[in-house]
Design a protein around this ligand. Sequence first.
Ligand code: PMP
Length: 454
Amino acid sequence: MTICDHIPNDRVTRVAEAERATFVARNPKSAALAESAGRHMPGGVPLHWMKDFGTPFPLVVDRAEGAELVDADGHLMADFCLGDTGAMFGHAPAPVVAAIRAAVGDGLTAMMPSPDVTRVGEGLADLFGLPFWQVTQTASDANRAVIRWARAITKRPRLLVFAGCYHGQVDDVFVARDEDGRTVNRPGLLGQVVDLSATTVCVPFNDLAAVERELARGDVALVLTEPALTNTAMVLPAPGFLEGVEAACRAAGTLFCLDETHTISTARGGYTRAHGFAPDFFVVGKPIAGGLPAAVFGFTAAVEVAMRRVDAERPHGYSGVGTTLSGNRLQLAAMRACIEEVMTADAYAHMLTLSAVLADGLAAAIARHRLPWSVTRLGARAEIVHSPTPLLDGAHAARTVDHDLEGVIHLFLLNRDVLVTPFHNMTLVSPATTRAHVDRLVVAFDQALDALAG
Ligand code: PMP
């Protein structure tokens, strides 16, 4: 049996075989491109995790606009993956494209600021409510920078994260919990030689007592978390949990960072603004420049003072923070346009309304097939969860994940011109997504359940 008693394994295998055959038959150009690319790019992809879509060969995207993309064989797909959030505000938003076009002839990078820097700072402060900002290339970079600053400011070694978390390519927090609740390196890491549990502790999400216990040791520099876990099957915070974590951090002299790279889907200004949190650090990447690589981290006035102090105290030399292309003029131009013209209240109103319609449609299909599943939604992000009740923590989420089942549903949808995120059953609605796109996904999902659950 799969994760779900109603769906036998042999049914999954049969549907998977049929869908793989359909995929192969309908994508000859992608197949040929994957083969030619594969001569120099292993697997035919520029980075190995693009193979995570689990298709027989990579689907090659010819172009993307708004909420749609066209693959190499000419299929027009409704895109609910949206670059796993990088294109959450739609592919190639017109104001961002115009800003990039206007800026691109004036040089691409100079390791010096462009005049857009003032407007970007003002826009970020206005949007997210924190006074100070820095720009990096990726959210991974931003999180690494925050970790370094937090340790430098507090002069404490340890980090606290939650089981099931993901914050990008950030070595320090690649941890998990073993069966006995001990922090261990995440299984599956390539080339990991350092025991991360020496300086990072991993506790269950929604377990405030565990957080308080760890902070009481007085050696935790930073609690780094998403407001909701979105990199496993989605886990929402229990009422009062994040408030408790924030208060516990204050009491313990630990800095608190909310990574809103995904939860920016919640509302304009992110979960932080929507729920009135006041973190010391705030991170957002992926869609902040409309899909051009860029990320930012914000911080309070008190943190800014502390940064200047520790900067003045250290000997001259590498700080360990910074990559050469960070803050380049294209990023600033794109970010300005995205913040001022794309991430608008109207855009969010559309995204949230339509995402609710989508979540209801998916839930109705689940109910029609009497499956013990549910839909969890965080603004423009909705996720099909293989559990009838909300997930409690990362371990609970992990128990509900069934990669084979997810993979076959994703492939079934792809063959009906709908794309969802490869990692779990996650959907995003953009300002360009229409009711017709939503209906297409709901119908195709319903058909997938017909095929799998009868
Ligand atoms: N933080 C969160 C919450 C993320 O989900 C991700 C990526 N999925 C990252 C950070 C890292 O983003 P990037 O890969 O763009 O560095």
